[in-house]
Design a protein around this ligand. Structure first.
Ligand code: LLP
Length: 382
């Protein structure tokens, strides 16, 4: 929680910085552990959402595995306590170097997305005299009803093998001796808030299981990916884990000895982070008043890239409500966090919190304009 004591401490710190509330992170992990544990599900945290080492160490301490998309992520995850044998490697464009390094690290599974990729992994594994365990990522053609840039399971998506080529892929796999197919993998998008989307995914999985077992292939792992959304309008609200896990438990028809795997990213870390910034100037526009803050799209790109709406609070004013466009200092009109929102009357030096920024915030920060990267402050440090 951002209390008045925390705000007093914020005043002495250089802005902008990410503030991570570790109590929120712990309680979210605990909830995921309980809810997924009830059904015997295995959770691999999607490291890309927030690879900060302290965050990773906390998440790994709950016994979750890691879902990585580069060798650098695998290395970071293992160094922060994740087991190599509980690390999966996804991504539509794995490099030879990444594949080779992952093989050496002896990870649990590669999530494969095409025949050419399977052939490369097979030949690298052969060279090293190893057998790589894989899960086949399948594009299930399900509209995720989220922003188009984070929709990943429809006809125009680059991800996964197409259902119409599935038989050919399974046939090709028979001759790839250094691959061992253990499962199927899906990830249809991110920030999914309609539970009916996950229900559609479950029924598609059931149909695909029929098709695959008709080829006399037994699968041990059904991986439903990540995607559970959070309520950006309500930063104190926990994600709907109970509803999500119980829906999947109810609708996916698991065969004996099959295990369900999950890869949540945002829902684990989104609500524990806020981007804290200071107001530089209040400036009149023709139709609006701008609050120009010292955080920009380089610190949090989500509003500029996905038109994402994060709740914004002025932590240090309780004046009368006034409307502002809250914008950053970067030389692009996309560098805007919110248009025409109500804040208590705001002045230079006020502290602004951009909430629910723990996922894909710090992780996507850049040095565009040669700006400094944002700082990081944990709740137990102040
Ligand atoms: N598994 C795979 C294969 C993924 O590609 C992703 C996210 C996840 C799991 C985790 O999904 P989550 O539970 O976090 O929704 N930068 C964007 C989100 C990109 C998501 C990329 N893939 C944003 O800020 O909204």
């Amino acid at each position: 929680m951002i209390t008045s004591k925390t705000i007093a401490r914020f005043r002495d710190l250089p802005t902008p910085f990410y503030f991570y509330d570790l109590d929120v992170l712990h309680s979210t992990c605990q909830k995921v552990l309980e809810e997924s544990g009830k059904a015997g599900f295995k959770v691999h945290y999607a490291v890309k959402a927030n690879p900060n080492p302290r965050i990773l160490k906390i998440i790994s301490s709950y016994g979750f595995g890691a879902d990585c998309v580069s060798y650098n992520e695998i290395e970071r995850a293992i160094s922060c306590g994740f087991e190599h044998s509980e690390t999966v490697f996804a991504g539509v464009g794995k490099t030879d170097r990444d594949i080779e390094a992952a093989l050496e690290a002896d990870i649990l599974c590669y999530n494969c997305e095409s025949i050419p990729e399977m052939e490369v992994i097979n030949s690298i594994a052969k060279k090293h005299n190893k057998v790589a365990t894989i899960a086949l990522r399948i594009n299930p053609y399900i509209e995720a009803h989220t922003h188009k840039y984070i929709t990943t399971g429809v006809a125009e998506s680059k991800f996964g093998v197409n259902t119409w080529e599935l038989k050919e892929v399974l046939e090709r796999l028979k001759s790839l001796q250094n691959l061992n197919l253990k499962g199927i993998h899906f990830h249809i998008g991110s920030q999914i808030t309609k539970m009916s989307v996950f229900k559609s995914l479950c029924s598609r999985i059931n149909d695909l299981q029929e098709l695959i077992s008709s080829q006399n292939i037994d699968l041990e792992i059904i991986n439903v990916g990540g995607g559970l959304g959070i309520d950006y309008g309500n930063p104190e609200k926990a994600p709907r884990f109970e509803e999500y896990f119980s829906l999947i438990r109810e609708f996916v028809k698991l065969r004996p000895d099959q295990k369900l795997h999950f890869e949540p990213g945002r829902s684990l870390v989104g609500q524990c982070g806020s981007l804290i910034s200071k107001v530089l100037y209040i400036k009149s526009g023709s139709n609006t008043t701008f609050a120009i803050i010292d955080a920009g799209m380089t610190d949090l790109i989500r509003p500029a890239l996905y038109q994402a709406v994060h709740k914004i609070e002025n932590l240090t004013s309780n004046g009368k409500a006034v409307r502002y466009d809250v914008v950053g200092p970067v030389c692009e009109s996309a560098d805007s966090f919110a248009k025409y929102i109500e804040l208590p009357e705001t002045r230079r030096g006020d502290l602004i919190a951009i909430r629910s920024a723990g996922a894909y915030g710090e992780a996507m920060a850049s040095r565009y304009n040669l700006r400094d990267l944002p700082g990081v402050v944990f709740s137990d440090e102040i």
